[in-house]
Structure formats: C-alpha cells, structure tokens
Design a protein around this ligand. Sequence first.
Ligand code: NAD
Ligand code: UFG
Length: 345
Amino acid sequence: MNILVTGGAGYIGSHTCVALIEAGHTVIVADNLCNSKADTIDKIKQITNGKIIFYKIDVTDEIAVNTIFATHQIDGIIHFAGLKAVGESIEKPLEYYYNNLISTMILCKACQKYGVKKIVFSSSATVYGNNVVPFKETMELLPTTNPYGETKAMSERIITDIVKVNPYMSAALLRYFNPVGAHESGLIGEAPNGTPNNLMPYITKVAKGQLEKLYVFGNDYPTVDGTGVRDYIHVMDLAEGHVAALNCISEGVHIYNLGTGQGTSVLQLVKVFEKANATEVPYEIINRRPGDIAECYANVSKAAKELGWKAKRGIVEMCRDAWIFEKYSELSKESDIEVAATKER
Ligand code: NAD
Ligand code: UFG
C-alpha cells in the first residue's frame, strides 16, 4: 500500500516508517520538522535500504496536504503529527487545540475527498483518565486534566464520525501506553529538545552525566514501592503494531490498546536500567508531579486477538536500546554509530 505518514520524522513515526518499509509498503512522509530533524529521513533510508518520499509541510496547511493526495494514490494514512507535551498544553492550550485538531480535520477531509480507505490514528492511554487499571478499550473515557488529552479524545471522535458516514473507510484508533527504547541500529531514537519531561530520556541523560540526578515524582502512591507505575512498550513493538493494524482493519472503527499489559514502577525501571547497562542512575525522591496518576497499564487482549499482535521485547531490551541510542547519539558519522551499537550488543 501507499501510506501517508504524518509526523513520520518524529520518534514513533520514524520507527513505524522502518516497520512499514520492511513490510513492503511505500511510505510518504509529511512533517514540518517542528519537533524532529530532516536527517532522520536519511537514517530511515539507511536502516531499510529503501525509498521514502518526504514532504516538509505543515499538515494544518490544507493546500499542501491536498497536493500530496493529488500527486500520490494514497491507500491509507497514519496520523502521528501533533504536539505532545502535557505540561506545555496547559500553558499553550490554543496551540495544542489548533495544531492537533485542525490537522486531524484537514486530513479527514482529504481522505474523504480522495476516497482513502484506511486511517490509523495515534491516540493515547491518557484518554482513560483515572479509570481503574488495567485499562480496557470498552471503558468510558474520563475527562483528562489537560488540553493535550482533550485533543486525543476529540480527534478519536472526529475520525469515528467521519468513518460512520463513509462506509468504505475503516479506522484504527491506537491508544499507546509509554513508548521507550530505540531502533536496534542506534541510528534513530527519542531525542527530545531541552530537558526531557519523560522518564526514560531523563534516565539516559543522567546515566550519561548530562543531568545530575533523576527526580522521582512521589513515593507515596498505592503501588508496589510507592512510585508511579506505567506500561512501558518498546517503540519497535509499537511500530509493528501499526503495520498489524493497517493490515487487519476493514469496515468501521476499531480501538486498540498498544502496550505490554505489564506495569513497571519508576524505581523498578531505574534498577533494570542500571543492571542492563552496568551504569548508575542517582536519584532523589521529591513531591508528586501534578496531574500524574498512580498506575497506568493496559489490557492487551483485544489487539492480540484481532490484530494477532503482541509486544515481543521486554523491559531489559527497552533499557538497553534507549541507552545505546543516547550513548552514541553524539557520534556524527552514521557508520561509526552502527559499528559502536553492534559492538555494544
Ligand atoms: P514527536 O514529537 O517525536 O513526533 C511528532 C512529529 O509530528 C514531529 O516530527 C513533528 O515535527 C511533527 N508535527 C507536529 N505538528 C505538525 C504539523 N502541524 N504538521 C506537520 N508535522 C507536525 O512525537 P512522538 O512521540 O513520535 O508522538 C507521535 C504521536 O503519538 C503524537 O500524536 C503523540 O501525541 C502520540 N503519542 C505519543 C506518546 C509518547 O509518549 N511519545 C504517547 C501517546 C501518544
Ligand atoms: N517520572 C519521574 N521523574 C521524571 C519523569 C517521570 O518520576 O523526571 C515518573 C512519573 O511521575 C510517572 C512515570 O515516571 O510515574 C512516567 O512518566 P512519563 O512522563 O515518562 O510518562 P507519563 O505516563 O506521565 O505520560 C506519557 C506521555 C503522555 C501519554 C501517556 C500515556 O508523556 O503523552 O504517557 O500513557 F499520554
């Protein structure tokens, strides 16, 4: 299939491009590079030895989006493009509502106009709010505490309504849990701008000595050791989940949790990281982060049953691959990164 991947230069998008190309699809990326770099596209080519078509466009620009649909026969889209920082969304709500919702509407409009059959959307476990774990797709969505979460719930609703009136279309709304890790080549991974907000990239910066210590947000949650529990999933497993969804969906809207079903606490993750990489991650316990929930993990039986997809990589691989990517990310020559990553493994 010819697949349009919006946000394909980003963290999850780039790994999904690799999985799509390896599965034999033709990939067309649309990304404005507001949170990514153009050289990621070259790295995807290098990993796959494949071809990729790249448009540097903003997907809130309807004319630019339509040009892509008019130029290529698009069979399906995977819509990753969006702003994703929860805290920033509270400070800049309009930017989040505008970017994340207008992009979804413009893409849906183009899919309708050009008769595109398959839509895959990046949603988030954040739409479950404070439901009781493990989260199941059938649960009622609870209001989130931030505009980012609202844009995910609203985009799910927009896509659902569009598919209802276009019976030839099908959609997969994929609710991701906590993606971590990197492609095993060490060439692509998560490279947030500035100080990371998320746990794994923060840990790798501490391990590298670029940040002094990890601040653990609270140890008084009702969890195994008092620290927050999340369902970490290797980004390549997540990427493969998209390929499975694209292949399997037909008719209607299908919602899938993409996680492992396993909860890991902050301190458990730190311990596994230290052991897997023979390194140290000093930490200090501080207050809870406002808006955080105690536990977030998935019931993954629906994706296993209907998509035949299950996460294969464990927490040790997630820690190892995140570390390899971070460690060698300053090497400028791609061949040096590959040699270093291969030796490490
Ligand atoms: P990312 O920031 O690395 O990737 C998003 C990409 O979209 C970037 O390359 C950015 O340049 C691009 N982009 C943003 N707005 C755009 C626009 N208007 N036009 C064109 N390109 C635009 O983020 P990610 O972690 O890869 O997340 C991808 C998707 O998955 C997002 O929609 C995010 O909300 C969702 N998601 C992420 C997580 C997570 O923890 N990473 C969890 C749940 C859901
Ligand atoms: N944490 C720390 N210290 C840090 C960063 C995080 O202790 O420096 C803790 C958090 O309190 C939480 C856990 O580590 O218990 C994971 O936090 P992250 O920020 O890595 O991830 P979240 O679960 O808060 O949120 C992520 C994405 C959201 C997405 C959600 C879906 O950032 O966009 O997963 O489950 F919606």
